[in-house]
Design a protein around this ligand. Structure first.
Ligand code: NDP
Length: 290
């Protein structure tokens, strides 16, 4: 049996088309162009590539893009000043701070300086906390949100199923586990100190993997018929591969996201969606103040 392919690229295209239509309608109704500001300190090559991808995605959806490229010499206070200025700028609806920061800078101070109302990648403590308690308005990080959206739009039931998340990073594994819990899955979180990983992964009816180790999930670690979300992005011999041994696992699983073309394209779609949502919330707040 070959697993059903969960085509994130096609799903993302559909979402972006819908968002573009909505942006057009809102603009005709007088809403200013929803705009994201990407903040980068230094010139990490992966961050430079990611910022260009975000720019293409935003321009393609008729949304605004601004880049704040700060020099490597930026210190914590400079970065906090830039983030405060973006918080106060009514033409900016979303703020995305790129990681990794240069080692001298404090990630903690930086994420605390991001306005939660514009924090479209859900890294500020307020958004992370609201996701954790499952209450109030919050923005969830785009990558795990994209994983949930793949399941929803593919008609895959989450409630009541055992979801196993491998990886507990702040930006993928942990928030994904919270989103799955919010959807009423029974959730197990595994990490580098989990003994006998296969014991847990084999029990998953939804298996999500965000580790960064090419092909670490082999066919014998997956239950027949399971749904597999592969978040891994690794380059091996110049090719993009996931954390799951796609060739073998595809013959065991019931459904699987490919790499490339699975969870990756959904990340940008969710960033667009969160930015549009932020713009709508900000404009209704502005209306209620006037
Ligand atoms: P991190 O390095 O921050 O986290 C990796 C996680 O994997 C950690 O929690 C670590 O455990 C765990 N881990 C490491 N080794 C093992 C092991 N042998 N068994 C079980 N768990 C292990 O990575 P990210 O979460 O940032 O990224 C993970 C992957 O997702 C990467 O390939 C990255 O490129 C990709 N990614 C994809 C995105 C997309 O759009 N699809 C966006 C962001 C990332 P511990 O906490 O104990 O150290």
């Amino acid at each position: 049996m070959s697993a059903r392919l969960l085509d994130g690229r096609a799903l993302a295209r559909g979402i972006v088309d819908d968002l573009r239509d909505e942006v057009g309608a809102l603009s005709r109704a007088g809403l200013p162009q929803p705009t994201i500001a990407v903040v980068r300190v230094g010139n990490d090559p992966a961050s430079v590539r990611y910022a260009s991808q975000i720019e293409r995605a935003f321009l393609g959806a008729a949304m605004g893009f601004r880049l704040e490229a700060l020099p490597e010499s930026t210190d914590d206070a400079d970065l906090a000043r830039v983030l405060a200025a973006l918080a106060a700028d009514p033409t900016v609806n979303g703020i995305l701070l790129q990681f990794p920061l240069p080692p001298r800078l404090s990630r903690e101070r930086a994420v605390e300086a991001i306005d939660p109302a514009k924090d479209v990648d859900g890294v500020s403590p307020l958004n992370a906390g609201r996701l954790f308690v499952g209450r109030g308005h919050y923005f969830a990080p785009a990558t795990p949100l994209g994983g949930i959206e793949i399941l929803r739009r593919s008609g895959i039931q989450i409630a009541g199923r055992h979801a196993v998340v491998v990886g507990r990073s702040e930006i993928v594994g942990r928030p994904l586990a919270m989103l799955l819990l919010g959807e009423h899955a029974t959730v197990t979180i595994c990490h580098s100190r989990t003994p006998d990983l296969a014991h847990f992964t084999r029990d998953a009816s939804i298996l999500a993997v965000a580790v960064g180790r090419p092909g670490m999930i082999s066919g014998d670690m997956v239950a027949p018929g399971a749904v597999v979300l592969d978040f891994g992005i690794n380059v091996v011999d110049g090719k993009l591969v996931g954390d799951v041994d796609q060739a073998v696992v595809s013959s065991v699983a019931g459904a699987i996201t490919p790499v490339p073309g699975g969870t990756g394209p959904m990340t940008n779609a969710m960033l667009l969606s969160n930015t549009l949502e932020a713009a709508k919330r900000q404009s209704s707040r502005a209306r209620s103040i006037r």
